[in-house]
Design a binder for this molecule. Structure first.
Ligand code: PLP
Length: 493
């Protein structure tokens, strides 16, 4: 555990506001004077040794979603394609795309070059009342590529902010359209949803373990069941599930539509819920219900966008055009934090008016639409075409499916599920009753630790093991990931 620092405030660089009050001031002044007379030697500070890096990583860096008292440093120094290399030269296959964002592999020459070229022009230009050619070109490209009707692009910097933007736009739209509906101030979201970690996104999220702590800060959201095909409600079968889940949504909409601004959904796959895969037709059904009950549909494709499910956008698989579409992660190939919220012309129009009318969308992030990120996003889209990334997916999807069929036979694998190049293996204590392993046993994490020791980097979602590699993964690499995962389960579970 990190020890308590023994440094004084002045050693840490803090300067008292009011000198003269503190008897130590005279000594400090002398120290400062001698520092001025004898300034530090110019030049690069010595590179920290490996052990020092590890110590700093444990004691200073506060890692996301990580229990720091148990954290074992993993320090990646370089990467190439789908392989990451740590400071000791050990290599790992990036089986979950550096948390679901890498698309074409690391250090892709085209992406690297796009970034360098943009650096020679400008690294950052604000979008608050100004613009730059690269970001404009990306907006046009996204509007052309997205499902029909999504003609306008608002840039932010992460998945959570893309969702915040969509939530706020939806609310403001209803207040400002020609026939205003100011009572539409709540949202309908799914149980176990995950939309990011800012407070609006957490409000529409529903992962108990992550979100319950923050309950006092969250706004009210109406909740429909997650259309889970593995853990079906009593009396519901695979055949009746679609109807059951859509009826549950419709009941809420029928009662509450007058106060609902939007339905928020992760299309096809609820990622952080444990890669819960929705029944075919669910998204299409949601689209129809949202239209019938006059609420907007927000599609959060932060995890599933950019080819993950087999098509560029998951919505395309059910011919759905949402009213607002959230994109991030794969948008820049996993290189840079750029996110986008796409909106229909109908929504955009409601924000137009004179300065005095104050219909402006008063929302923005300093780095929204950053040109370095935009440049690499454009290059990512080019590579999709040049390397025929989507066309090459079916063979990889089939290969992964083959492995999953074999892994499913293990006595403690309760379910395997797959949509495109997203796959999940759920460990259970009892296959017949679907009883999960207790959270405290960290079964998923243990398998991932085993895989890490054998050169495959994965991150579990509780008892669910996730395979979601870069789309550029080769068949041989997919074999290695799957076999390592299987051996991990056999050895650990
Ligand atoms: C569906 C979905 N939405 C939003 C987010 C949040 O994205 P970010 O971590 O970039 O804020 C995630 C992250 O995993 C996600 O899976």
């Amino acid at each position: 555990m990190p020890g308590k620092s023994n440094k004084t405030a002045s050693e840490k660089g803090a300067v008292p506001f009011c000198s003269g009050d503190d008897p130590a001031d005279g000594a400090r002044t002398k120290l400062r004077q001698s520092a001025l007379l004898d300034p530090p030697k110019p030049g690069k500070p010595a590179e920290p040794a490996r052990d020092e890096l590890q110590r700093w990583d444990r004691q200073i860096v506060w890692h996301a979603f990580t229990q720091m008292s148990e954290y074992e440093p993993l320090i990646i120094e370089s990467a190439q394609g789908c392989t990451l290399t740590d400071i000791d030269g050990r290599e790992y296959l990036d089986a979950t795309s550096s948390v679901w964002c890498n698309i074409h592999g690391h250090r892709h020459p085209k992406l690297d070059a796009a970034l360098r070229e943009q650096l020679d022009k400008v690294a950052h230009v604000t979008l608050l009342g100004a613009s730059n050619p690269t970001t404009i070109k990306l907006a046009k490209r996204l509007a052309d590529l997205a499902p029909e009707g999504l003609e306008h692009v608002f840039f932010s910097d992460d998945g959570a902010t893309a969702v915040e933007v969509a939530l706020k736009m939806a609310l403001q739209y209803w207040r400002q359209r020609s026939d205003p509906r100011p009572n539409k101030t709540t949202y309908l979201a799914l149980a176990n949803a995950y939309h990011g970690d800012t407070l609006g996104s957490v409000s529409v999220g529903g992962v108990e373990r992550f979100h319950s702590m923050f309950q006092p800060l969250l706004f009210e959201v109406l909740r429909a069941p997650s259309p889970d095909m593995y853990r079906l409600p009593p009396g519901v079968t695979q055949e009746t599930a679609l109807d059951y889940y859509l009826c549950a949504v419709e009941r809420i909409l029928a009662d509450e539509h007058e106060r609902i601004a939007a339905v928020v959904v992760e299309p096809l796959v609820q990622a952080a819920a444990g890669m819960v895969i929705h029944p075919n037709g669910y998204l299409r059904g949601l689209r129809e219900l949202a239209r019938r009950y006059d609420v907007l549909l927000i599609a959060d494709e932060v995890a599933v966008g950019f080819g993950r499910t087999g098509t560029m956008f998951a919505c395309q698989q059910e011919q759905v055009a949402p009213d607002l579409l959230c994109l991030a992660k794969g948008l820049t190939g996993g290189y840079m934090p750029v996110a986008a919220t796409l909106a229909t012309h109908e929504i955009w129009r409601a924000f137009l008016g004179t300065h005095a009318e104050s219909k402006t969308f008063f929302h923005g992030h300093t780095y929204g639409g950053n040109p370095l990120g935009a440049a690499v996003a454009l290059a990512t889209l080019d590579v999709f075409e040049e390397e025929q990334t989507l066309e090459k997916l079916p063979a990889k999807i089939d290969r992964l499916a083959e492995h999953l069929r074999r892994i499913a036979r293990h006595p403690h694998v309760g379910d395997v599920r797959q949509r495109g190049l997203i796959a999940a293996v759920e460990l259970v204590r009892d296959k017949a009753t679907q009883e999960p392993y207790p959270w405290e046993e960290k079964r998923g994490m243990q398998v991932c630790d085993w895989a890490r020791a054998h050169g495959v980097l994965m991150r579990p979602l509780g008892n669910v093991l996730v395979v979601m590699p870069p789309l550029s993964i080769s068949l041989e690499q997919l074999d290695r990931i799957s076999v390592t995962l299987e051996e991990g389960i056999i050895n650990v579970v």
